[in-house]
Structure formats: C-alpha cells, structure tokens
Design a protein around this ligand. Sequence first.
Ligand SMILES: *Cc1c(COP(=O)(O)O)cnc(C)c1O
Length: 421
Amino acid sequence: MHHFAYKDGDLHCEGVALSHIADEVGTPCYVYSTATLQRHARVLAEAFEGQDCLIAYSVKANASLAVLATLAAEGCGADVVSGGELQRARAAGIPAEKIVFSGVGKTAPEMELGLTQAIHQFNVESAAELRLLSTVADRLGRAAPVAIRVNPDVAAGGHPNISTGKKGDKFGVPWAEAEALYAEAATLPGIRVVGVDVHIGSQIGDLVPMRAAFEKVVGLVQRLRAAGHEIARIDVGGGLGIPYKPGDVPPPPSAYAAMIAEVSAGLGVQVILEPGRVIAGNAGVLLTTALYEKEAPDRTFLIVDAGMNDLMRPALYGAHHEMLPLTEPARGAPEATYDIVGPICESTDKFATARALPALHSGDRLAIMSAGAYGAVLSSQYNARPLVPEVLVNGDSYSIIRRRPSFEEMLALEEIPDWLN
Ligand SMILES: *Cc1c(COP(=O)(O)O)cnc(C)c1O
C-alpha cells in the first residue's frame, strides 16, 4: 500500500499535488512519501511482534539521509554494505548497535570504522575476509561480532541479476565449507561468533525458496551449536518482493513473519531482517515531463526528460514500472501506445515498450511509479546530467532533501592539469 492517488484530478503524494512539486522543483525529480515509509516499517514491525527481531533497513535501496532519519524514528536499524553507508546511517541517527555490515569486499579501513563504532554485527562472506577482520580487530583490541554469510544454493529473486544465493554466485561462503570456517573463526583472535547470515536475492515473489534456505540455516545452527559455537542470531537478509504492476501479489509481511517464526521455533535466536525494497520501493516515484513525440515506421516514441542515468532499473534488469499522468485522464480519453524513452545516447535508455497510456503531448507530466528503491541510489551524471533531486513529502508539506547541483558544483572536483593550461 502507498500514499500516491488522484484527488480532484491531480495525482497526489499524501496531501501534496505532484504537479505542484514538478512546477517548483522541476523534472526529473524523485518524490518520496513519509507516510508510506512509516507504514511499511510498521507493518513489518507488527508482523514480527513477539519475536526477538531487529529490522536493519537495507541502506543501499534508498540511502537518502532524510529517508534514513524517517526510518530511524520508526526504530529501524540499518544493513550497510560500505563505510559510506555506515556513515550515512550514523549521520541519520541510527545507533551503531542496530547496524549490521554486509558485503563481499569490505576493506581494512571499513572494518576499522565498524569496530570503532561498535556495530551490532559483521556479516562475513569469505575466509580471507574473516582473517583480515581478525587481524584488524586484534590490532584495535576489540572483538568483532561475526555472522558468516552462507550460500545455501537456493535459486530465488525476480531476475538472474538479483539472485544471490545460488552456487556460483559471488555471495556467501559455499555451503560445504561453512562449518570448517566456523571452526576456524572460533580459533581466531578478535572474532566473536554470534550468528549465521543468509540473503538469497531480491524481489522474491514467493516464500518457498526463502523457507528452503532458512530451513537449511536452522539445521546449520543446530550443528554449529552441537560443535560448541554460541549462535544467538540468524540474519535472514532481505529480498521480499513488492507489487510493480497490477496483478503482482507478493507474500504479505504477516505470512513472511509467520514462516520465519515457524522455521525458527524453539531456536531462541534474535532474528535480523534486512528489508530494502519492501520498505522503500513503493514509497517513491520519479516525475518526468514529455518532451517530444516521434513517429517511427512501426512505433511512436515518447521522449521524456528522465533518463537511465536517473532510474537505471529498466535498463539494468528489464524492470517494469507503471506510469501515471500527473493530470488524471478523463474517462474515455483517447489512448495511444508508446515506447517511452529518455534523452541518453544509449538504446537501453528506455522505460517502457509498447505501453498503452492516455494520449500525451509535449509538456505533459508523468509519475514513474515504484521508484523509491534502487532508483536515486543508482543514478549517475552520465551525459553530464545533474544528479536528480529528491523531495520528501510529509502530509501537506514537502521538503527538498537533495537539491539539483549547479553546473559549477558538478565540475568542482575536476581539474585541468598545469601542462594543459
Ligand atoms: C540488497 C540487500 C538487501 C536488501 O534486499 P531487498 O531485496 O531490497 O530487500 C539485504 N541484504 C543484503 C546483504 C543485500 O545485499
């Protein structure tokens, strides 16, 4: 559920007409809904009521400070995958004891940052990483709380590019090697084993692969405990899917929570969740303006002012996003079929193919829906386009939470060497 709907002929985010934001901020721009972020965080928290649970929001889905601060106020922790994300989470007011650090490529300085901040947990993804973490922690005189991310060899996820728990994926420790690595971890200075971690993919539309992975993890926890390890936590990762189009029916958080409760019953562990998309995805839209219609022999292009540098999901994953005109189409208004494309000089700069929409004209504006996760975070300045601004709505008011940079700011980090002057 989200808080984007037509009111009096205008698409609104909560109490604010999106056309008003488009006028004031210009397009393209992202708009996020506070009420939707809060609702998603609360629905998850309520689903897990009664279970010992930490909701560590996956910062990489939407790393805006204002979004993080909104979720911090809901009691969320954070799952970070870099030192930069760790500092963002802290800057937004998320306490270190609610932060878990994931990712296959942590550097020594990033480990040091996590250790000096005393974060809740490191999710370790390889033997080499474990040994380096031991060295760094020992040097600092600290003990790193560690869960080893295991690869359960279960296929899941809405697209091959977002499946992460199959043998052959770069993520996690191969299933057959996990117990030996726990045995080594127990001997290493600066390492305190606390849990087991798994994350099998993203945009997962049914609970069957998740249950299969978690059941394997529970079996592993029992074997590890029998071998003398103190396993107090299981981190089940993120990955819960969201509806991107009518007819998508992902599992509700209540069913997800019930499945986890059932699988982990009697284990006496803290369950750590790393939800990203399910919290932020439907809490954001990308506003864009139609620039030109262009007729080709077999199709009509609608060229809009947002590009793949602003929202990469369609180009990266072939992702589907619904599109809604900011002005509500009249009943029975004429329809047209468009390929919706951006201004970038790449053929993959395309948001939709053969999409039926109310007939649109230059200057008409659209909301690209469900763009709150893996949207702005993946944006770039490709084609020397300024980074897309972000706006947060709260009831009847809104605030620009990242403004569009000026051209001077875009060039500020660059220099022409002396020999060219
Ligand atoms: C990306 C990621 C998540 C979040 O995934 P969603 O599908 O957005 O919920 C959680 N944990 C890890 C380790 C990730 O890489």
